[in-house]
Design a protein around this ligand. Structure first.
Ligand SMILES: Cc1cc2nc3c(=O)[nH]c(=O)nc-3n(C[C@H](O)[C@H](O)[C@H](O)COP(=O)(O)OP(=O)(O)OC[C@H]3O[C@@H](n4cnc5c(N)ncnc54)[C@H](O)[C@@H]3O)c2cc1C
Length: 346
């Protein structure tokens, strides 16, 4: 693509960079940034696991969709934990009829075929929701959609089934559809998940997916700026750290370079403020629950909400983007960072 060509051209044009196109099979001893991405080769993966310990590196993601709180219909969903425990959940109640139609839709939904390198072995604990639906009509009702311990305050009764939304961030903007990891195509996810009671107008901040993806448990094993906790001159960057996407990975790499340089000269690392996308993404990486950690791409649920509530999604996003731009440049100036406007050749 144009973006990746431009990135490669920029690196090749930089006289201070020597490019060696070969496999790195162990972690370098000196100051280093490791950004080997979702298909990090085996020997290097082993070396990374050795330094970060068990549970530091995963090889497959299992991502459930996330919705923005603002679009969830408060007249339908109810907040409650099972048996009144832990109320960080919203529950979308389903009648028997709604549940049967939903299971049918999941079974008929079109999933990604995937490539050979992307072949994912499914683990019983995190099967795709559509695979669970195909196993039997009651599988979901006794699995992630079980209604046990939940009473709908509007009816005073236990729903036939529920979709639980778990709060993903401190501000309560991002809500994760628990157990809804999926390989359904995005159009199918939109069609089927918007039929869940209470989610017809929901804004999906992230769609579900299951990939071959080597990624580190950032909140569980890295420092707030992405270095090893036992070796601060070893910094990880890009998709390997649990970000997803071209710009996310490139931005995380640039920040890793800045911060490794600062750390070598005894300065504190820098992270942009959480009103900017990069700052919000790093806050997520730092603060996410290590026991549920899954990769994340840029989305507006990551940044601090505006002080006033704006109903129009378009207007809200424009204001968020404007604020992010302003705050980013203020942060750069305060941090003594300079914008190099030299254009890369494509
Ligand atoms: C089919 C597909 C389509 C995509 N489309 C989009 C899109 O439209 N928009 C978007 O934003 N994102 C998209 N992405 C995601 C995007 O490609 C990644 O998020 C991004 O490229 C990650 O960048 P990275 O530099 O962290 O890793 P990578 O781009 O994977 O780069 C890491 C490099 O390190 C190399 N490497 C691995 N192990 C070693 C080793 N031991 N020694 C030396 N080198 C090693 C790898 O071969 C690779 O070249 C897509 C991904 C795929 C697979």
């Amino acid at each position: 693509t144009l973006f990746t060509k431009a990135m490669t051209a920029a690196v090749e044009a930089e006289s201070a960079i020597e490019i060696l196109r070969e496999e790195c099979t162990s972690l370098p001893n000196g100051p280093s940034i490791i950004a080997t991405g979702p298909l990090t080769s085996n020997l290097l993966s082993e070396a990374i696991q050795q330094i970060l310990g068990d549970g530091g590196l995963s090889f497959f993601d299992a991502i459930a969709p996330i919705v923005h709180r603002d679009g969830v219909d408060e007249n339908v969903v109810f907040a409650a934990g099972r048996f009144d425990e832990d109320s960080d959940y919203l529950n979308c109640p389903m009648s028997e009829q709604e549940y049967l139609a939903f299971v049918e839709a999941l079974r008929d939904g079109e999933a990604h075929e995937g490539h050979d390198w992307d072949a994912v072995p499914y683990f019983e604990g995190c099967l795709p929701i559509e695979v669970m639906a195909s196993r039997g009509v009651d599988t979901l009702r006794f699995g992630p959609m079980k209604p046990i311990g939940l009473t709908d305050p509007r009816t005073g009764e236990r729903p036939w089934a529920v979709v639980q939304l778990r709060r993903e961030d401190r501000a309560g903007q991002m809500w994760n559809l628990v157990g809804f990891q999926t390989r359904l195509q995005i159009g199918e996810q939109s069609r089927i998940f918007k039929s869940i009671p209470g989610l017809s107008d929901a804004e999906f901040l992230r769609w579900g997916s299951i990939h071959r993806n080597s990624y580190l448990n950032f909140p569980g094993c890295l420092s707030p700026f992405g270095s090893s906790r036992v070796r601060t001159n070893l910094v990880f960057a890009g998709q390997l750290t649990g970000v997803e996407g071209y710009t996310e990975s490139a931005a995380s790499g640039i920040l890793a370079g800045i911060n490794l340089g600062r750390s070598l000269s005894g300065e504190e690392p820098l992270i942009p403020p959480p009103t900017t996308m990069l700052g919000g993404l790093f806050r997520y990486l730092r603060n996410a629950d290590p026991s549920h950690f899954q990769p994340m791409n840029s989305n507006w649920g990551l940044v601090d909400p505006l002080s006033q509530r704006i109903r129009s999604k378009r207007e809200r996003r424009e204001l968020l983007a404007q604020r992010a731009n302003e705050d980013f440049f203020v942060w750069m100036e305060r941090s003594g960072l300079r914008l190099d406007t030299t254009e890369a050749r494509v």
